[in-house]
Write a protein that binds this ligand. Structure first.
Ligand SMILES: NC(=O)c1ccc[n+]([C@@H]2O[C@H](COP(=O)([O-])OP(=O)(O)OC[C@H]3O[C@@H](n4cnc5c(N)ncnc54)[C@H](O)[C@@H]3O)[C@@H](O)[C@H]2O)c1
Ligand SMILES: *[C@@H]1O[C@H](CO)[C@@H](O)[C@H](O)[C@H]1NC(C)=O
Ligand SMILES: *[C@@H]1O[C@H](CO)[C@@H](O)[C@H](O)[C@H]1NC(C)=O
Ligand SMILES: *[C@@H]1O[C@H](CO)[C@@H](O)[C@H](O)[C@H]1NC(C)=O
Length: 416
């Protein structure tokens, strides 16, 4: 702030310099012009400083609770799932604040949301790092949130084994920061993005919420799953002596994109190798990579490839809205969010070929260490308790919708 105001006052003298070298009979006039400019400049500076000072600024839509309006803080709202969630919340007339440091997300996604909902008090974007506890607390003190949907995280299993501290920092530690600020500022509701990775590789399928986490003997749970599990544990311990309404959603493998093609999944190109199977399929279909590498064909599954449960982002976001609506004070709800159906990697690739119309080249490679053979959910608890059920369970259809966006966004959100 200081820097920018200093910058402004410095530009004044240099700007008025041309007047000083004017012809003599213009000198008087130019002096007056200079003085006027000076006054205008100083006034502008005062206004800028007043606006930046929180104690003096007038309250905004975002800083006051409003009867009948639910104000949701969406952390990681510039990312894949967070942007889709913000879009749905805005459509349902929630007030939304997105906090993201754009380390992985896309500002262009936020701009799209802002264009769709330009009215005052609908959406604001705050650029901040959740690792900065002071900045986070300032955000909570200046805004009146009714709920937090905490999506911001790093979320690549492979990367987590290479750089575990990055995961404990950006998942566990940052969740602690958010939780502390929520408690200090009495924000009543938290919806937490967790993952089926917290279960490791259980012996029994399907996975229910009662399946023990990290019980596996053969494959240790990866740092990503552990960091999320630790965050869950923190939240659960905290909940025992708190009035907060908490919902923990454990997603399975998320695919798809906005049905109307406004948003998509656009991870950083440098994360391509770490990437998820849908991204890999689309990259192959677009010819960005020569083909898809299928790792492991000797698992004890029907066709030898891994089995996963693919949940469409439209359904996932719907689960968040239902979780928010059903959240109860002094209660924790833990739910699997999946379709309940396992699909093999081979099946996925076939669906991707059909959806894209491209005969994607497939290369068969040995297993990748740490991959689990089979993971799929039992989603009956969330159906029973939140009346939520997956509706977009046709893989090919979900991929077709995502492909429509991918096709016209060869360069992600940077595409013209
Ligand atoms: N994609 C999946 O299949 C999947 C599955 C299970 C759970 N999840 C969880 O869903 C959530 C969202 O995942 P996604 O796929 O949308 O990921 P994403 O990378 O697209 O989005 C994460 C967002 O968080 C932001 N972020 C990261 N660290 C930050 C920080 N320190 N400060 C501020 N912002 C920060 C990033 O800039 C990014 O916009 C994550 O918590 C992830 O663990 C995802
Ligand atoms: C985002 O936050 C991380 C800490 O979580 C920080 O190290 C990084 O520099 C930030 N990135 C940007 C672009 O601000
Ligand atoms: C995560 O944390 C590390 C510090 O361990 C930091 O360097 C990094 O920039 C953070 N953010 C992301 C997106 O990885
Ligand atoms: C459950 O959801 C269905 C479909 O969305 C809806 O028709 C039905 O009314 C809901 N039931 C309850 C009890 O809310």
């Amino acid at each position: 702030m200081l820097n920018s105001s200093r910058g402004r006052s410095q530009t004044r003298p240099t700007r008025s310099a041309p007047f000083a070298v004017m012809e003599p009979d213009h000198k008087k006039k130019s002096n007056i012009v200079g003085k006027i400019l000076m006054v205008v400049g100083l006034t502008a500076l005062c206004i800028i400083m007043l606006n930046k000072s929180p104690s003096l600024s007038t309250p905004t839509h975002f800083s006051r609770h409003e009867e009948g309006v639910t104000h949701v803080l969406v952390t990681g709202g510039a990312g894949y799932i967070g942007s889709h969630a913000a879009l749905r919340l805005l459509k349902e007339n929630y007030r939304v604040t997105i906090v993201d440091n754009l380390s992985r997300g896309n500002m262009a996604a936020v701009n799209i949301l802002q264009k769709l909902h330009p009215q005052p008090g609908r959406l604001q974007f705050i650029y901040a790092d959740l690792g900065d506890a002071k900045a986070v607390d300032k955000i909570f003190s200046e805004n009146a949130f009714d709920a937090v949907m905490h999506f911001a995280a790093v979320a690549y299993v492979g990367e987590s084994t290479m750089d575990p501290l990055r995961y404990y920092h950006n998942i566990t530690s940052n969740t602690l920061t958010v939780l502390k600020s929520m408690a200090a500022h009495r924000v009543p509701t938290l919806i937490y993005s967790s993952t089926c990775a917290t279960y490791g590789e259980p012996e029994k399928m399907p996975i229910t919420e009662g399946t023990p986490q990290a019980s596996c003997k053969h494959f240790p749970i990866n740092p990503y799953g552990k960091a999320k599990k630790m965050a869950e544990d923190m939240i659960l311990d905290f909940s025992k002596n708190s009035n907060m309404a908490i919902m923990i959603l454990r997603y399975f493998n998320v695919i798809g994109s906005d049905l109307e093609g406004r948003l998509g999944e656009a991870p950083r190109p440098e994360l391509r190798d770490q990437g998820r199977i849908s991204g890999a399929c689309f990259d192959a279909a677009r010819g960005i990579v020569p083909g898809i590498k299928l790792r492991g064909t000797d698992y004890k599954t029907q066709d030898g490839t891994c089995i996963r449960d693919y949940i469409d982002v439209t359904d996932l976001v719907d689960a968040h809205v239902k979780a928010l609506q059903h959240a109860k004070a002094r209660n924790v709800g833990i739910y699997n969010v999946g379709t309940g159906k396992g699909r093999s990697v081979k099946e996925f690739v076939e669906a991707c070929k059909k959806a894209t119309g491209v005969n994607i080249k497939v290369e068969y490679l040995p297993r990748r260490p740490g991959d689990y053979a089979e993971v799929f959910s039992d989603p009956s608890k969330i159906r029973r308790e939140l009346n939520w059920t997956a509706r977009y369970t046709d893989l090919e259809e979900s991929l077709e919708i995502a492909w429509r966006w991918q096709k016209v966004h060869r360069d992600g959100y940077n595409s013209p």
